[in-house]
Write a protein that binds this ligand. Structure first.
Ligand code: ADP
Length: 554
């Protein structure tokens, strides 16, 4: 609690809904600035589209989506084209209002002409998405998975996934969508908030029956049927990492605007709720990301008509308490101090491991080795030990006896339910972080701290410093590009922190950057065009920075 009038800073601030800067200059806040805006349906769809343009194969876990109203003509023409090329394709689409939650305003359609244009589509933008018609069923029911993900830090990127989640069930047996059943929400929508009102909802004290179960209970069941559960987990981890990679560029723009680098400010972390649907073939598909997943551990039960009682929900409790407890363990400021001491204790043993690794790989001996290499090996070997420990049912004392002291309150706690996946798997995914690098260029030229939009002068400086203008691409053409793209993005009426500011937002800059990349490196695939242009810009900026340093010295 932060009583009104308190002056002393806190270690951890746990905000209810979003990041708000109550003059916080230190400590850690449980929300990132701009997270709510970044994971809204439209913004998420845009970020995923950008990544799908760059890496179509890697991002095929997000259903094809269009943004309404601006992409209605595109939606109509693309669906017509696909139907013409494959007459057997009988799609269904799901329309979801932007900013909606709990299934609010969602409906299914068979044809683009069924979009409800009456009412206020202009004032309520939406996403229309390909409906996944063949979900995996359990007990003939459709269900989705809510997974909790901790974004522990943005720079450097640190992601943890909870080892267990929730499975939320529909309450009517599933049938593939047809004109007859399109409106049956208890069959098609898995939202707890909707299905609780169906007479068929089953509250259960057990984690593997009823309308809300643990995800691990589903995995057990799948495993007993011979499914490759390990592969499923690794697909889910990959989906989570890729999604966060798609979100980080926008988050970084918000972050530098609310917490400018070099000034005292807090660091942030956030628990996110990932909603995932499993297809019949066990492929996980992302439905949405929730910035404020419900952490309730009880539910209402109707004792008699109109009389409700609040009762504990063992399934929610099992999953959510562990997530919050372990988030606090991971961000615990005291832990860092303990870990440092712990690290020193481990150093000689780890060093021995490195030495062996290096010898085995025929590298130079540890005394001549590059210190950064030695350090990373050392961290890895420590992590391997912790990882081994993590798998033990009773963690702590068996492998880390020195932790089992009264000084260490963690010794009495169960093993962590949060598994680090990034930077652990950074190597496999780093090549996807192209938009992150474009965002770094954008932020560099924003100029005035506290803004999220680039002015025309900033854009010109970017072009000039990166030497992107030449006889074929004059500064007048640069201005036209800026005006065209910026005007279009600002006319979309996006719910943005600075919607009144006429400048260029990150997504508009990314579009301009892709245009420039396509002009300059025509023959390459898009991701190579973009990567080449990033390298070109970074190189020129580094040279410029070098020159400035030399001049500064002179
Ligand atoms: P909300 O934020 O309103 O809950 P969601 O995007 O989570 O919106 O969608 C609500 C429900 O609709 C999901 O829980 C899922 O059951 C179903 N759903 C959403 N998108 C799809 C889709 N593309 N294919 C199949 N079912 C979907």
């Amino acid at each position: 609690q932060f009583p009104f009038g308190r002056r002393l800073p806190c270690d951890i601030y746990w905000h209810g809904v979003s990041f708000h800067d109550n003059n916080i200059f230190s400590g850690q806040v449980n929300k990132f600035p701009g997270m709510m805006e970044t994971v809204r349906k439209i913004t998420l769809s845009r970020a995923m589209r950008t990544m799908q343009d760059l890496f179509p194969h890697e991002y095929n876990f997000y259903p094809r989506s269009w943004i309404l109203p601006e992409e209605l003509p595109l939606f109509v023409s693309e669906v017509r084209r696909m139907k013409d090329s494959d007459p057997s394709w009988k799609p269904t689409f799901i329309v979801k209002p932007d900013g909606g939650c709990q299934g609010d305003g969602i409906y299914l359609i068979k044809d683009p002409s069924d979009i409800r244009l009456t009412g206020n589509i202009q004032s309520r933008p939406a996403v229309v998405q390909e409906y996944i018609c063949k979900p995996l069923l359990v007990d003939k029911l459709k269900f989705d998975i809510r997974l909790y993900v901790l974004l522990k830090s943005l720079e450097p990127l640190e992601i943890y996934i909870a080892k267990d989640g929730l499975s939320r069930f529909c309450t009517e047996p599933y049938q593939e969508p047809s004109l007859k059943n399109l409106h049956q929400v208890f069959m098609h929508l898995t939202n707890y908030s909707l299905n609780i009102h169906s007479g068929n909802f089953i509250h259960s004290d057990s984690v593997n029956t009823g309308s809300k179960r643990t995800f691990s209970s589903i995995l057990c069941r799948l495993s007993s049927r011979g499914a490759d559960v390990k592969k499923l987990w690794s697909d889910i981890i990959s989906l989570v990492i890729k999604t966060i990679i798609a979100l980080t560029p926008e988050l970084k723009v918000y972050y530098q605007s609310d917490i400018p680098a070099g000034k005292p400010g807090p660091t942030c972390f956030q628990i996110l709720g990932f909603d995932i649907l499993l297809m019949k073939n066990l492929k996980p598909m992302l439905l949405e990301v929730n910035a404020n997943p419900s952490m309730r551990i009880e539910h209402e039960q109707e004792l008699s008509p109109g009389v409700f009682e609040i009762v504990p929900s063992p399934v929610d409790e099992e999953v959510k308490v562990a997530v919050i407890r372990d988030t606090l363990r991971l961000v615990d400021p005291q832990k860092k101090k303990r870990k440092d001491t712990h690290f020193d204790t481990f150093f000689p043993a780890s060093y021995h491991v490195i030495y062996n690794i290096e010898k085995k790989n025929d590298l130079q001996g540890p005394s001549q080795a590059n210190p950064s290499v030695v350090l990373s090996c050392r961290c890895q070997s420590l992590e391997q030990m912790l990882e081994a420990n993590e798998e033990l049912p009773d963690a702590g004392s068996a492998v880390r006896p020195e932790l089992d002291t009264p000084k260490n309150p963690e010794a009495a706690l169960p093993s962590l339910c949060l598994k680090q996946v990034f930077p652990k798997y950074a190597k496999q995914f780093s090549y996807l972080r192209l938009v992150d690098r474009v965002a770094a260029l954008f932020i560099r030229f924003l100029g005035v701290k506290g803004t999220t939009k680039l002015g025309p002068t900033g854009f010109r400086t970017f072009i000039r410093n990166c030497k992107l203008s030449n006889s074929n691409f004059s500064m007048a053409a640069v201005d036209i590009l800026y005006i065209d793209i910026t005007r279009r993005w600002n006319s979309m009426g996006i719910d943005h922190k600075e919607s009144g500011n006429p400048g260029m937002c990150l997504q508009a800059f990314v579009e301009a950057f892709f245009c420039l990349a396509q002009r300059k490196y025509k023959s390459l695939p898009l991701h190579e065009q973009v990567e080449s242009l990033i390298e070109f810009c970074e190189c020129h900026l580094a040279a410029l920075h070098g020159k400035r340093l030399v001049w500064g010295c002179g």
